[in-house]
Design a protein around this ligand. Structure first.
Ligand code: NAG
Ligand code: NAG
Ligand code: NAG
Ligand code: NAG
Ligand code: NAG
Ligand code: NAG
Ligand code: NAG
Ligand code: NAG
Ligand code: NAG
Ligand code: NAG
Length: 406
């Protein structure tokens, strides 16, 4: 999760969380004076922090769940002092949760997360701002009304946000107020797991955490090129948005953080767009029978480099050699099961680019009905003018004829 720990988009982190390379849960067993376990927890937790950078812009960093944590500050609790699960996440970041109980059940009370803004590994370009403490009531759905003497389990992801900090919990196992060091044999599952018909983790249901997936704004179009030596051989402008089912919402490719590379030869051309926040999208073009088209698209997400999504049998963006292809409408290119890329305002020329500029554009048929309306309006206007002119001529002839008979 190295890149996730660096700057990262939350949805991508979500994807990674529930993707193939899962981070490990940390496990804590707090012991009492008699060396018996009084508090047990195994939790997957990722925390994303939006922070201010040196130049005043904002960036996201994700602190992934380490597999080993220290829990020296934890305590079993007494009649007057609440039990406390205190976890040292390393480099000055800590997380804790205390509990309250009634006769038959207990619940989490306050989650305290403290982070160290001077940690250059997590905030490489961050403006050092000392230690920040965030406190929030324990996630209601996750840590409420847990029966005593049972092992509580919740695989379903749960998200909590306080200001600029988003915490995502999943695969939680918890028991507080353990008596005699015996972890309950009875298991209590959280409501979210019980109401999920599909197997819970590792796939995050589309409805989590928000009931509707937010749709991001239209992505800004970037201009990308590929060179052979000093000559531009491939030219493209387009706005791109990745839609992967596990993501909380589709993610826009930011041209400002995206570089292009690739290669061109006589019959094939490749363009790789590498967004340092998201991953790489590779476009493969093929030239055949005087036409080019987009034949394959491969998406590789950062930190999931061994699992890419590809479609090698596409036939998009067809145009004749020597021209460029253009489409102003949104296109959705399916790349895998529930993996697609939305393309906006594309203009591309993968072959025979002259002097680094686009040749004449061939527009996609999708754009045609956009042109159709002006054509219809124009044709109607022209028709109207013809009718008026004819009416005028007839009118003049009539009046001329009338004058003549006088
Ligand atoms: C507590 O028990 C564990 C084994 O369950 C043992 O390794 C450890 O040394 C014990 N600690 C103390 C302080 O007795
Ligand atoms: C600020 O720095 C980040 C990288 O640290 C960069 O991506 C961004 O473009 C910069 N913004 C400005 C306004 O310079
Ligand atoms: C950081 O995350 C927040 C919340 O998900 C998002 O709105 C914002 O665009 C992200 N910022 C960057 C620079 O990725
Ligand atoms: C839990 O911790 C918070 C923050 O330290 C504190 O305000 C709250 O009173 C504690 N709850 C209990 C039941 O002790
Ligand atoms: C915060 O991080 C800096 C840099 O890694 C480190 O020197 C400092 O000790 C950390 N602060 C705490 C409270 O651990
Ligand atoms: C713990 O031990 C006490 C006395 O030894 C006993 O009364 C009680 O039922 C035990 N509780 C559990 C959960 O085993
Ligand atoms: C890219 O950078 C330009 C200039 O710094 C800025 O106006 C624009 O909003 C940025 N685009 C995105 C998507 O962040
Ligand atoms: C590519 O085309 C050029 C000019 O048509 C030709 O000179 C060259 O040998 C071709 N290269 C390959 C690898 O076919
Ligand atoms: C590629 O797609 C075409 C039609 O679009 C189909 O006829 C052909 O079988 C496909 N090839 C593969 C390898 O899937
Ligand atoms: C993203 O893909 C899902 C299906 O996997 C679809 O229902 C949704 O409309 C798509 N969203 C966008 C913005 O393309």
């Amino acid at each position: 999760m190295a890149a996730c720990v660096r700057t990262f988009l939350l949805p991508i982190c979500l994807l990674l969380l529930f993707g193939v390379l899962q981070s490990k849960a940390w496990e804590v067993a707090v012991k009492d004076k008699a060396n018996k376990t009084c508090l047990y927890a195994s939790i997957m937790l990722n925390i994303t922090i939006q922070y201010e950078t040196n130049n005043g812009s904002f960036n996201n960093a994700t602190l992934a769940s380490p597999s080993e944590v220290k829990h020296n500050g934890s305590r079993c609790g007494t009649a007057t002092l609440a039990p406390l699960l205190f976890v040292d996440l390393g480099r000055g970041h800590t997380w804790s949760l205390n509990f309250t109980r009634s006769n038959s059940s207990y619940e989490g009370n306050v989650i305290t997360f403290t982070y160290n803004t001077t940690d250059a590994e997590l905030f490489p370009d961050g403006k050092p701002n000392g230690t920040v403490i965030t406190e929030t009531p324990a996630v209601p759905q996750l840590f409420t009304s847990i029966p005593l003497k049972t092992k509580y389990k919740c695989n379903h992801p749960d998200l909590i946000q306080v200001d600029n900090v988003v915490q995502i919990y999943w695969n939680v196992i918890l028991q507080a107020y353990i008596e005699n060091g015996t972890i309950g044999e009875n298991v209590t599952e959280c409501d979210a797991d019980l109401s999920t018909t599909a197997p819970p983790a590792p796939t995050i249901p589309a409805s989590t955490p928000a009931p509707t997936k937010p749709t991001p704004s239209k992505p800004s179009a970037g201009t990308y090129s590929v060179k052979t030596g000093n000559e531009t051989c491939l030219l493209a402008t387009m706005g791109l948005q990745l839609n992967v089912s596990q993501m909380r919402s589709p993610v826009n490719i930011n041209p400002n953080t995206t570089s292009s590379s690739g290669h061109c030869d006589n019959h094939t051309a490749t363009m790789v767009l590498n967004d340092s926040n998201t991953g790489a999208i590779e476009f493969g073009f093929v030239l055949a029978n005087g036409h080019f088209h987009l034949e394959n698209v491969t998406i590789t997400l950062i930190d999931q480099p061994f699992e890419s999504f590809a479609n090698n049998n596409l036939s998009y963006w067809d145009a004749t050699l020597g021209s460029s292809y253009m489409c102003l409408k949104q296109q959705t290119i399916g790349v895998g099961t529930n993996v697609s890329v939305n393309v906006f305002d594309v203009r591309v020329q993968p072959f025979q680019v002259k002097n680094g500029i686009f040749s004449t554009a061939q527009e996609c048929s999708l754009d045609d009905d956009g042109i159709l309306i002006p054509i219809i309006v124009g044709a109607s206007l022209a028709g109207l003018i013809v009718i008026i002119v004819i009416a005028y001529i007839i009118g003049r002839r009539k009046s001329y004829a009338g004058y003549h008979t006088l």
